[in-house]
Design a protein around this ligand. Structure first.
Ligand SMILES: [Zn+2]
Length: 323
């Protein structure tokens, strides 16, 4: 993340907020150029595309191909590595009619640099307080979860450092496969109560961003999570508005705990990843054959008979929920 105080060294950056670009403007480094371009675009509600970006060159143009707005900046070795605008065509001739002010031109580094000061003062600042910083300064209402897939993955992991406990996290992915953390919390242990609290906080936060419907939640089959999701408010038709699926990695890992057989686990994963029914059936048939063979040497009244039944175990796992 970029510390904004590092970027605006007054005697090297000749551009200031509110100015247009012009040939000859200097910047401390490439990050400072990028930052200025984002601020300029945000204030004006225009957007740009990066035409070329190397260690010594940056060329940006307006997203609107009819608009000739263009900036080119170079790193000047002779000027101690300062960056200088060497070509500028502007201002924009396009009209930002109908363009939402949702901060589309702001990347995560930029947003982070804007909110880090507030978080240093108060690390429990709420998301809407952080949003407000951008809104007040640039008059943009940032979208966050809005452009993500409506799929949330949640998981918990044990902490083994100085402080014990469980770290719970919820994340989403966008169309570029970027993972966006939505929420995290440290709790004493994984239980119905702790998952209940975490998911309730998550649910309330999400409501501020998107309609609370059609969301799919992927998790590890912890019973606590399943119970909490079943309690989420239902639609007018009485049906659940949130769907849940089981993380395939966890399904396979639980499967392996039961059967302690890496090759069977690999087959279960392969079946889970299969995108054609015939392929799935064929892999499952292999697992079924293992079960049939194993059962040949087991008495029908063996109290541990389930240990020899990997196929039966998997088929009882709600196949359409494997994800
Ligand atoms: Zn333009």
């Amino acid at each position: 993340m970029v510390d904004p105080s590092r970027l605006q060294i007054t005697f090297v950056s000749t551009w200031e907020d509110g100015m247009h670009f012009s040939k000859g403007l200097t910047f401390a480094n490439k990050e400072a150029v990028k930052r200025a371009l984002i601020i300029y675009a945000a204030k004006d509600n225009r957007n740009f595309i990066v035409r070329r970006s190397t260690k010594t060159k940056l060329c940006d143009a307006c997203v609107n191909t009819n608009c000739k707005w263009y900036v080119r900046a170079f790193m000047k070795a002779k000027l101690s590595g300062l960056w200088m605008v060497t070509s500028y065509v502007g201002p924009h001739s396009c009209v930002p009619f109908g363009m939402r002010r949702d901060g589309k031109m702001m990347d995560s580094n930029f947003v982070a640099s804007e909110i880090v000061g507030k978080l240093r003062q108060n690390h429990t600042a709420r998301i809407d307080e952080l949003w407000e910083i951008i809104h007040t300064k640039y008059n943009h209402k940032l979208s966050y979860y809005k452009y993500c897939r409506p799929v949330i993955s949640i998981d918990g992991t044990h902490l083994y450092g100085k402080y014990r406990g469980v770290l719970m996290i919820a994340m989403a992915t966008d169309a570029n496969q970027k993972v966006l953390p939505l929420a995290f919390a440290v709790v004493d242990k994984e239980s119905g109560a702790s998952w209940g609290w975490f998911l309730e906080c998550l649910r309330i936060s999400i409501e501020h961003v998107i309609p609370n419907e059609g969301i799919c939640i992927i998790f590890d089959r912890h019973k606590g999570i399943k119970c909490v999701i079943a309690e989420w408010p239902r639609g007018e038709d009485g049906n659940l508005q949130v769907f849940h699926r089981y993380c395939l990695r966890h399904v396979a890992s639980n499967f392996n705990t039961h059967f302690d057989d890496p090759s069977l686990k690999a087959l279960a994963l392969k079946a889970g990843h299969a995108t054609h029914e015939a392929k799935f059936e064929s892999i499952m048939q292999t697992i079924k054959d293992v079960e049939i063979n194993a059962l040949r040497s087991v008495q029908p009244d063996d109290s541990h008979i389930a240990r020899y039944m990997p196929y039966t175990y998997l088929m009882s796992e709600d196949l359409d929920k494997w994800t």
